[in-house]
Each structure stands twice: as C-alpha cells, then as structure tokens.
Design a protein around this ligand. Structure first.
Ligand code: HEC
Length: 218
C-alpha cells in the first residue's frame, strides 16, 4: 500500500513539474522551456537576418554569424523586366559590333508612343551633340569643338539598329557609353526615334503633327 502511494505521489510530482515547465506561461508569445532547441530553431543560417541583433541566448555563437553576403560574380539581377535583366553578351570588339548589326533587333513594337518616349530621351541625352535633326550639329559640336558625329540621314542612313544598340552600350570613338544612363528598354526607345531621323520611310514626328492638326481641325 505504501509502495503504491509512493508511485502515485511520484507520478503527481512528475506531472506538476511538467505542468510548471510547459503550462504556466505568462507571455503568450513565448514557446516556454525549450528542452530541444534544435527542434524550434533551424540550425541553418537564415538570409538577411542580422544575428547580432537577434541576441539568441540559446545559440549565442550566432551573434557573430554573417548572413548577407555579396552575390557571386556573374549574378544577374532580376527585376520584373526581362529585357533589362538579360545581360548583353556581344563583346566590345569589332567582331561584336558587326555581329550586332547582323543579328540584334529591337524586341519592341515601335508604336507612336514608344517613339515619342524615345524622342524625349534623345532631347535629354543626345540632342546637344547630334543636333535636333541628327545632322551632327548640336551645340557641344558647334560651340564646344567636340568631334562631330556623322548625320543620321547622311552616312549613317543605313546603320542597322543592332549597331546603334552596341554603340550606345559600349560607346564608339568620341562617343561615350550610355549603358549607365539608359536602361536597355530606354536604349531601344531612343533608337526607335533615331531611326525616324535616318529618314527611311515616313518621318514619324511629322505624322504625329498631322494627326494633331487633323484633330484640331475637327
Ligand atoms: C558627347 C557627344 C555625344 C553624345 C552626348 C551622343 N553622341 Fe552619339 N556620337 C557622337 C560621336 C562623336 C559619334 C561618332 C563616333 C564614331 O563613329 O567615332 C557618335 C555616333 C553615334 C551613332 C553612330 C554609331 C555607329 O555605330 O556608327 C549613333 C547611332 C549615335 N551616336 C546615337 C546617339 C544617341 C542615341 C545618343 C543619346 C542617347 C548619343 N548618340 C549621344 C557623339 C555623341
């Protein structure tokens, strides 16, 4: 009988200890006593967690862990714009330039709006050298003595768009690279406008004016 009481007593005491350890938690967010911390806390280091801030008392060695590291060489940044994300793979060589002329085409449909946006970029980034009509007579050339570019509707009349993209990306001769100023999308926009200045086919700027005039006349 005494033995049985002892067993019951021990069981009760054991349950009390367990209840004390697990049940009576004042802070609802607290997981209570962690008797196997690895079950709660992943041993893997999480990305972008500042472990110096976490002050993990269970695994204090984490305080010095460096979690955010530099991306490996060759990492391609991803945004929601696939065209801007794709790396430009043709090399900055004469062969690369020639290849661009043969194979590289705009991935965009050149709507009037697209070309108008290109014109805006042209006015901000190109006009001061290439001039309003692309004759190569911008103020930097006429007043500044900078070497003059050739006219778009002259010697550059049949310059393919792929070569333009290559030149905008890497620069050519006295013209610097515009890769850091213009995204790939913006480069294709301004190229769409430059093509209208080459004067092959209907100049789109004139078309826009005509439509506007037609609308006013109505
Ligand atoms: C600082 C003056 C300057 C600015 C700004 C400039 N260019 Fe040029 N550009 C030149 C010169 C000079 C050349 C001739 C380069 C050569 O062939 O040696 C040239 C050449 C070009 C060519 C012919 C490239 C080829 O493959 O032969 C294109 C197309 C062109 N520029 C477009 C642009 C566009 C578009 C912009 C604006 C985003 C721009 N340029 C801004 C001076 C400039």
């Amino acid at each position: 009988m005494k033995l049985q009481l002892n067993i019951v007593g021990n069981l009760l005491a054991g349950m009390l200890v367990i209840a004390a350890l697990t049940g009576c938690i004042r802070d609802e967010q607290s997981p209570g006593y962690e008797y196997m911390p690895d079950m709660y806390r992943s041993p893997a280091v999480e990305a972008y967690v500042d472990y110096a801030e976490v002050r993990d008392t269970i695994r204090p060695e984490l305080h010095t862990v460096m979690s955010a590291r530099k991306p490996v060489v060759g990492t391609v940044p991803m945004t929601d714009n696939a065209i801007d994300d794709m790396p430009y793979t043709l090399p900055n060589t004469t062969a690369g330039y020639e290849k661009a002329g043969e194979v590289l085409k705009t991935p965009f449909t050149e709507t009037e709006e697209f070309i108008a946006e290109g014109q805006e970029i042209y006015n901000n980034f190109c006009l001061h050298c290439h001039g309003e009509t692309g004759a190569g007579d911008g103020l930097v050339i006429t007043n500044g003595g900078h070497p003059a570019p050739q006219a778009y509707d002259g010697p550059l009349k049949n310059l393919p768009e792929g070569k333009m993209f290559h030149t905008l990306t890497y620069g050519k001769g006295a013209m610097g690279s515009h890769a850091s100023q213009l995204t790939k999308t913006e480069r294709w926009k301004v190229i769409a406008y430059v093509k209208t200045l080459q004067g092959n086919g209907e100049p789109v700027a004139a078309e826009v004016e005509e439509t506007e005039m037609a609308e006013t006349a109505e």
